[in-house]
Design a binder for this molecule. Structure first.
Ligand code: B12
Ligand code: SF4
Length: 451
């Protein structure tokens, strides 16, 4: 039996990488494990929730990397290669910059692992490993994907939530987002029957009343294809799920879909408001958002008992210093249950990265701070320090005790979930703000040292 060691590295700076409420499973690696043929023994390590034992033996190591975790990923890759073990890498960052990754690993899988990973393993066994594996032409359809084996995560201390995907890709191509370039400019849906059978097979979380059967649909937009979404939501109504998902504000214009979301157990939706400025939204290409409709959209979603996790970005060229106060005021007035602020970040593979690089405005290429919590480019109407301080300050204000009550009081959403979540966020945000002001990492990451 050959041994495969799959690793998800830790990010030391990102709030989401270390906070308790972000102890979430890494679906990408579970998918890679599911694509691995029999004859391989798979061990999966997620540094977010466990320590990586550098003495672990393997015939092949596979490492997943987003931009913020890639520095750590390269360190781990270097370590295993020094030990004479072959290393393959995949994930969003290395898919955009494979040549950079090849300085630290033997092989890179560009974009989705489906089709390519079994090919890589076959080549490896034949002693014929290639440096780059990429899809020729269009990305493959999302049919007959093997189900994730959640028993691989049984001993890990994740929050009790299963991640499931129904769709990949996005045609909108916002300037700051890498999804279109990585997963293609059209929506690809999984067949309903396959999503349903995956949902039915999920092991329930025992003893947790409120979070039993809790699912997060990782799709960038759960209603991307309305016909598909209607049918799927209708079919999952009887499964007794409590589910969360991400979607666009368009959902508020579709009463039938909102009703189906409510009936099928939707408890919260992550919505990318991004900005309150029509000018900004136009400039970045987020054409589905219209700020004049935000308040009404929030009201309609709340009327269905669904909470909102609202995301806003600071630092657009059209932003000025009033952006912080205006955004906070909206968040409080609209009673957004959970709010997430990001600093504009030019991730590799985005149109934003190309533009800022061409304008000579990229200030840092230290990938570990490409986490939307740091300023890595020269903003137009702020100094980097002003943007950082405005961001940290607004985040803290949004999670002050009075703000939490203002946002949650009187809404019909799932309070026994949102109150604890806000308290958890409050702690994480406090840690983040302190880290940004002192320069100390949010999560202390031990340097790699072999015992
Ligand atoms: C769910 C999610 C999260 C979750 C869980 C993250 C996790 N560990 O999986 C949470 C909420 C915790 C999270 C946090 C963050 N996220 Co996030 N997240 C997502 C989201 C919406 C879906 C990811 C997913 O599960 N996709 C489905 C799986 C199946 O796809 P996948 O992971 O890409 O894996 C496939 C391939 O990439 C490849 N692959 C992946 N790993 C490997 C490894 C090997 C060896 C091989 C061969 C192949 C391979 O094969 C897989 C199957 O095809 C994506 C958006 C998106 N569409 O990708 C953003 C996204 C990945 N997140 C992003 C960001 C920026 C963050 C944060 C930095 C945000 C923040 N402000 O803090 C943090 C960082 C967290 C950290 N680890 O430090 C960016 C990353 C951009 C970049 N260049 O890195 C994305 C793309 C969003 C965006 N629109 O820009 N995130
Ligand atoms: S931000 Fe959302 S709508 Fe815009 S390209 Fe990314 S996934 Fe699509």
């Amino acid at each position: 039996m050959k041994r495969l060691l799959l690793i998800s590295p830790l990010s030391q700076n990102s709030l989401m990488g270390g906070g308790f409420f972000f102890r979430m499973p890494a679906l990408g690696l579970l998918k890679v494990a599911a694509l691995t043929p029999p004859g391989w023994e798979v061990t999966l390590i997620d540094e977010k929730v466990e320590k990586l034992d550098l003495n672990l033996d393997a015939d092949l190591v596979g490492i997943s990397a987003m931009t913020t975790t890639v520095g750590r990923a390269y360190e781990i890759a270097d370590h295993y290669r020094k030990r004479g073990i072959t290393v393959a890498m995949g994930g969003m960052h290395v898919s955009c910059l494979p040549e950079e990754a090849l300085q630290h690993c033997d092989s890179v899988v560009i974009a989705e692992a489906e089709v390519l990973w079994p090919r890589l393993l076959h080549d490896f066994e034949q002693g014929n490993l290639q440096q780059i594996y990429r899809h020729e032409g269009k990305l493959p359809p999302l049919a007959e994907l093997p189900n994730a084996d959640w028993s691989l995560y049984k001993t890990k201390k994740y929050l009790p939530v299963h991640f499931v995907e129904t769709t990949r890709g996005c045609p909108i191509n916002c300037e700051f987002c890498a999804v279109t370039s990585a997963f293609g400019g059209r929506y690809r849906n999984r067949p309903h029957t396959e999503v349903l059978s995956e949902l039915r097979a999920l092991p329930p979380f025992k003893g947790l009343l409120t979070l039993k059967n809790c699912v997060f649909f990782v799709d960038d937009n759960i209603i991307s294809n309305r016909t598909y979404a209607r049918e799927l939501l209708g079919k999952i109504r009887d499964l007794g799920l409590n589910w969360f998902g991400q979607t666009s504000l368009n959902i508020a214009k579709d009463p039938e879909i909102l009703k189906l979301c409510q009936q099928s157990g939707c408890k919260g939706l992550f919505l990318g408001f991004e900005s309150l400025s029509p000018e900004t939204l136009k400039a970045v290409g987020k054409r589905v958002n219209h700020p004049s409709e935000y308040m009404e959209a929030v009201r309609r979603i709340h009327d269905h008992g669904i909470g909102i996790d609202g995301s806003f970005v600071f630092g657009f060229d059209t932003d000025d210093k009033s952006v912080f106060e205006r955004t906070l005021e909206f968040v409080l007035q609209a009673k957004i249950e959970v709010v997430y602020f990001s600093i504009l970040t030019p991730y590799p593979g985005t149109r934003l990265h190309k533009r800022l690089a061409a304008e000579g405005r990229i200030l840092s290429s230290d990938w570990s701070i490409y986490d939307a919590n740091h300023v890595v480019y020269r903003p137009k109407n702020f100094t980097p320090d002003e943007l950082l301080e405005g961001y940290a300050n607004t985040f803290e204000k949004a999670y002050s005790i009075p703000s939490i009550f203002t946002r949650l009081r009187g809404t019909t959403s799932w309070k026994n979930f949102f109150y604890p979540m806000n308290i958890g966020f409050r702690q994480s945000v406090g840690k983040l703000a302190q880290s940004l002001r002192t320069g100390k990492p949010v999560v202390p990451v031990e340097p790699l040292r072999q015992a």
